[in-house]
Design a protein around this ligand. Structure first.
Ligand code: PNS
Length: 179
């Protein structure tokens, strides 16, 4: 049995789809490390520390799951923590090409590191962090896609306060009303 697996990602922000994968992955591996990428090239909505804190709170119920951050190559991080497997979710065929390329590249760099794919639960297969951010920025409801903690953090991040069911109020202008 593979002892340690990494579930890497940007998690900007964590979604219900991510948490579903954490829960299922925690049953497959003895230890699961949710590894949040520190990528200076990307301009995330949430800082690395904010994403880490959210993930830590959201995964508190899983005794064999811990949260960490990493930079550089995933294979180097895997060696550093003694991981033998990488866990990734596939939502749709459109994910597959990118995921396959990453898995093959990681195997080239470290042949002993296996990538394990889980299909996303149907209810979450349309969710991505990018879509959540787009909807939240435009004032849509995201509570079916992300846990309450993340709804609250999005409200604070985008509106400067929590508590309201909407993230932002859509602005109507004379022009937009004519459309
Ligand atoms: O949530 P994401 O953004 O789809 O996660 C992508 C991630 C973090 C898994 C991927 O970008 C990654 O592993 N980056 C680390 C750099 C690396 O090892 N690159 C070579 C493999 S493609």
């Amino acid at each position: 049995m593979k002892q340690v697996a990494i579930y890497p990602g940007s998690f900007d922000p964590p979604t219900k789809g991510h948490l579903d994968l954490v829960e299922r992955g925690s049953k497959l591996f003895r230890h699961l490390i949710v590894a949040i990428l520190c990528n200076p090239d990307k301009d995330p909505l949430f800082s690395l520390a904010e994403r880490r804190q959210m993930m830590e709170k959201l995964t508190r119920g899983f005794a064999n799951v811990r949260v960490d951050t990493f930079g550089g190559l995933l294979v180097d991080y895997a060696r550093h923590v003694g991981a033998h497997a990488v866990l990734r979710g596939i939502r749709a065929i459109s994910d597959y090409e990118y995921e396959l390329q990453m898995a093959l590249m990681n195997r080239k760099l470290e042949p002993s590191l296996e990538t394990v794919f889980l299909t996303a639960a149907e209810d979450y297969s349309y969710i991505s962090s990018r879509i959540v951010k787009d909807i939240a920025r435009l004032g849509g409801q995201v509570d079916e896609m992300v846990p309450p903690l993340v709804v609250e953090r999005l409200q604070i991040k985008l509106n400067g306060h929590g508590g309201s069911p909407r993230v932002t109020k859509p602005r109507t202008t004379a022009k937009s009303r004519r459309r």
